[in-house]
Structures are given as C-alpha cells and as structure tokens.
Design a protein around this ligand. Sequence first.
Ligand code: FES
Length: 63
Amino acid sequence: MVKKKGIPITVANIDDKFYEFYNRYPHMNAAFHNGVLKGKVLTCPLHYATFDMTTGKKLRTNN
Ligand code: FES
C-alpha cells in the first residue's frame, strides 16, 4: 500500500502490467492490501469476496 495524493492505493503487478486501485473493499472498508492475489483475482481476507483486479469487477460476493 502506498499513498498517492494522500489517498491509500494498492499496486499489483499482474502479467507484467501494473494496476493501482483504492485500498479499500467496498464492504466494511477492509484494506485491499491484506487480501490474497492469485493471478488477477483478489480475495478479501474477511468474507472472501473476490474481484478481478484488471477490471475492478466483483466476481463473488459473500456478504
Ligand atoms: S470486508 Fe471484504 S468481503 Fe466483507
């Protein structure tokens, strides 16, 4: 996690492309940088929602 203009950002290297996104899950404001990234899918450590980090699209909701 880094800050960009004071905003917490998570940066991920996925297939040699860098993606940055706001460091908060939409649910309960959990930190993205605590999630598990496998390929392009990030899993939230709290309730296991999954996101495609190349598009920002939520793939699975567990809340
Ligand atoms: S805080 Fe991530 S799915 Fe609930």
